[in-house]
Design a protein around this ligand. Structure first.
Ligand code: ADP
Ligand code: ZN
Length: 615
């Protein structure tokens, strides 16, 4: 039998394991329950796919995402592994046939949607097969405290318990908060699991936040400056998706769109257009992307701030999966907070929950939104902010985010802080952010008069300071615990034990404020470094290989990256392999793929070398 290194090379074409993979694989092969927590793109799939190939019986992979199942099963079949999926995208006949083949033992790995586990047909198969492992992908879906709780995940344990003998249970997720982790272990009844959390940092991603007056102008400019790149633009609502997509389309950009309001057929087509690089720019709501493993996405722009850091990191993390430098740009506006608040208060996803749990979940959603909003205002390192959110401690300075790269000015904001804190004290801590800011700024609105805030001692005291600057200082006071924002639907500003020191002791409050700067300076810099896909030594060859890959992709009806990733093609251009042995040293080329396509690629490389007289 093959050992794990041979399996890695033969089926996946890789020479080395990445951080954490080996430990998880060994744990499973030793028969232990195993929990792997790794960020998107870290390579979780291999951690259960390799043991699945090495264990005796069948491995069931529970996954909530239909598109992901299809993609992974295609990739496995391409690599010569017998796998299938069972979910609602199959017709009744296809489903029956797949079950039939499964019974005959034709598949080593079967992907299944959680709702199907306890169905009669499937139980019949499960009870009569040798199931050596159950792997639960996106395991955080079992937790009500996670951001995508799915009640059907609660059935998994029931299913496992109905089997004649308990298989190894392995679970994987990219959500790392301690709460969710504990919940996964408890709800899935993992038995003394080996648990591994790998670093969440994705060093190749550059993070930035901008607050432009005209978001569309920023997007349009960015796309023009990065013409040959593929990217995703996430918007909060379908309406914004339609608008942005249409405007880009009118400007001649090869763009497509995706949201839940489109027909199945259109969504399917648009997704394929994006994956096959027919339309390299995708404008979408958060309905898009779960399980999309397109390796050459080189930027993700958030046209609106998403609802929480989990979603943000997951969506932004869909860029740079090939390890190349990638950009994650968030375009913030105050309206984004309001829209998200509306979604939270009117969320119908959790209707199945009892009232009390429902309220708790809502409360957590508000808390998450608050932390997301702080991300847009913090002057600290953005990467550090995200990593701390997930319970990791990074360095304070990453040198690869908009905050680290901007030179900060340290300003004395004591007088502004005094005005804000004094105003809150004077009105006996009864109001939220907007009322306080309007008061110190001296607004003459009906609301201010109705609350009689125009009689507040501090009314109009800070009329010389702009409202955005007031907000920045106020946010800073919350972040540094000089103020507390209550966690209710109408969040109220409260003083903390240290607030008064600002008024009494004349404590100096300084904060770092970014200097005024040009929008998108970083993009230009990055463009030079990675112009096109021609970062390799032989750009013309790259184009030839890419063309061959496109042809093969069409022949096989597969996305190009499933044939070979850009990274693999780049390596071919750098190493210029001319023989079977040399070709196998290229990362991403395994024996199975070689036998399918290797010679066609070798032929192009040999021709190229002859024509450019390299041999
Ligand atoms: P995740 O599920 O953690 O988001 P995937 O399992 O989809 O990530 O893997 C992301 C990408 O990394 C895939 O293209 C995969 O083939 C690649 N990959 C995984 N393991 C390795 C490895 N050991 N060496 C090189 N590439 C790898
Ligand atoms: Zn940084």
């Amino acid at each position: 039998m093959n050992n794990k290194y041979q399996v890695l090379k033969k089926y996946f074409g890789y020479d080395e394991f990445r951080e954490g993979q080996e430990l998880l694989i060994d744990s499973i092969l030793d028969g232990n329950d195993t929990l792997g927590i790794m960020p998107t793109g870290a390579g979780k799939s291999i951690c259960f796919q390799i043991p699945a190939l090495m264990l005796e019986g069948i491995t069931l992979v529970v996954s909530p995402l239909i598109s992901l199942m299809k993609d992974q099963v295609s990739a496995l079949n391409q690599s010569g592994i017998h796998a299938a999926f069972l979910n609602s995208s199959l017709t009744q006949n296809q489903y029956k046939l797949a079950l039939q083949y499964a019974k005959e033992g034709r598949y080593k790995i079967i992907y299944i949607a959680p709702e199907r586990l306890m169905t009669e047909d499937f139980l019949d198969l499960a009870l009569n097969s040798n199931i050596s492992m159950i792997s639960i992908d996106e395991a955080h879906c079992v937790s009500q405290w996670g951001q995508d709780f799915r009640p059907s995940y609660l059935k998994i344990v029931e299913f496992i318990e109905s089997l004649p003998s308990r298989p190894i249970v392995s679970a994987f997720t990219a959500t790392a908060t301690t709460e969710v982790k504990d919940d996964i272990i408890r709800m899935l009844k993992l038995q003394d699991p080996t648990t591994l959390t790998t670093g969440f940092d994705r060093k190749n991603l550059h993070f930035s936040v901008q607050t432009p007056k005209d978001k569309y102008a920023v997007v349009s400019k960015y796309i023009k400056e990065n013409e040959d790149k593929s990217g995703i633009i996430y918007c909060l609502t379908r309406k914004i998706v339609e608008e942005v997509c249409e405007r880009l389309d009118r400007e001649g950009v090869a763009v497509t769109r995706y949201h839940a309001g489109l027909s199945d057929a259109e969504r399917h087509k648009n997704q394929d257009d994006f994956i096959y690089d027919v339309k390299p720019i995708m404008v979408a709501t958060n309905a898009f992307g779960m399980g999309i493993d397109k390796s050459n996405v080189s930027f993700v722009i958030h046209y609106n701030m998403p609802k929480n850091i989990e979603s943000y990191y997951q969506e932004a993390g869909r860029s740079g999966r090939d390890g190349e430098p990638a950009e994650c740009i968030l375009l913030y506006a105050g309206q984004d907070v309001v829209t998200n608040q509306f979604f939270i208060e009117n969320n119908s996803d959790n209707e199945g929950l009892d009232r009390e749990t429902f309220e708790v979940v809502k409360q957590r959603d508000r808390e998450r939104l608050k932390k997301m909003t702080f991300y847009c205002f913090t002057n600290e390192c953005l990467r550090d902010y995200i990593l701390r959110y997930f319970g990791e401690y990074g360095t304070n300075y990453c040198g690869n985010c908009s905050n680290c790269m901007t030179q900060f000015d340290t300003l004395d904001v004591t007088d502004i802080a005094q005005g804000i804190i004094g105003c809150i004290l004077d009105c006996r801590q009864r109001y939220g952010i907007t009322v306080i800011i309007d008061t110190v700024h001296g607004s003459n609105s009906a609301k201010i008069r109705q609350y009689r805030m125009n009689e507040n001692q501090y009314y109009g005291k800070l009329s010389h300071v702009t409202i955005p600057r007031l907000r920045q200082v106020l946010n800073h006071l919350i972040l540094t615990n000089y103020l507390n924002l209550t966690n209710e639907e109408y969040a109220i500003l409260k003083l903390t034990p240290i607030s008064k020191s600002v008024l009494d002791d004349n404590e100096l409050i300084t904060m770092k404020l970014a200097k005024e700067r040009e929008i998108v300076p970083k993009e230009k810099k990055l463009k030079k470094a990675t112009k096109g896909s021609s970062k390799n030594k032989n750009p013309e060859l790259f184009e030839l290989l890419r063309k061959l890959r496109t042809d093969i992709a069409k022949e096989e009806s597969m996305p190009p990256y499933i044939i070979f990733t850009d990274k693999t093609l780049t390596q071919m251009c750098d190493l210029l392999p001319t023989t079977y042995e040399e070709m196998l040293t290229v990362s991403g080329v395994g024996e199975v793929k070689y036998s399918k396509y290797g010679e066609r690629f070798l032929k192009i490389i040999n021709q190229y070398m002859r024509s450019s007289k390299k041999v």
